[in-house]
Design a protein around this ligand. Sequence first.
Ligand SMILES: Nc1ncnc2c1ncn2[C@@H]1O[C@H](COP(=O)(O)OP(=O)(O)OP(=O)(O)O)[C@@H](O)[C@H]1O
Length: 271
Amino acid sequence: MKDAIRVRELKKSYGSHVVLKDLDFQIEKGEIFALLGANGAGKTTTLECIEGLRKYDSGAITVNGKMGIQLQSSSLPAHIKPMEAVKLFAKWNKTKIDDTMLDGLGIKEMEKKQYIQLSTGQKRRLHLALALIGNPDVIFLDEPTAGLDVEGRLSLHEQIRKIKSHGKTIVLASHDMAEVETLCDRIAILNNGNIAFCGTVSELTDRVGRKYFIHIKTQQGDNTFETDNIEDTLISLLGELKQKKIHVLDIKVDRGTLEQHFIEMARREAE
Ligand SMILES: Nc1ncnc2c1ncn2[C@@H]1O[C@H](COP(=O)(O)OP(=O)(O)OP(=O)(O)O)[C@@H](O)[C@H]1O
């Protein structure tokens, strides 16, 4: 399949702070691709270099097709009405307004409100609509569902899948691993200025295994244990605590995210 985006030997520093050491990856046409990584790993820097909004030090970036970029919340004037923004963007793009797309995203229902009066979900849908004006081939979404409730999130996922079904390529930066697991064809994890992993979610699961975190709060303090077998670990931990007559106040089990496990694994391998 033809690449929508190809990044080769991308390097970027801010002064003496090296953020991207040497990035190499490609994004295939028609896939949903996510860029993951801890805060400050360089996701936004990478996306903005690809989008042409940020200068990079060296390397090569190729984008095949027209780009549509989702705005940050602060980028629209507070009092603009959604359809005014849509008309403005259509004019800039010298394109006709796609009523079917606007109906799908419920933009016309927001007609009477000003931008600051929109709910978070409505703002996200408007940002998506504005990114789609001009019928782009590659769409960049930065944290598309941050701050939304479950219903808002599911509805936006549905819209993103619909965009993909029209053959578009979608690139997103996200912190929400559950979202990435359900939505994305492939992911890349940024760590220490490099692509630490690039592949499908199931390839990532195969690499790190399914792990869990058990958090135990006792009179003596809090402890966290990583395990791939909740039952055995819990039985042995509780047995040990009982024997030592340490009183358990609270127990929580969470799955952690694949990204956390992967970064932890990379850290251990580097030691
Ligand atoms: N314009 C800038 N000048 C100097 N340093 C910058 C600039 N932009 C980003 N940085 C630094 O570069 C690093 C990467 O930032 P970037 O915003 O790309 O990371 P990120 O992975 O998108 O983070 P987050 O998940 O918090 O949004 C951070 O340490 C950040 O402080």
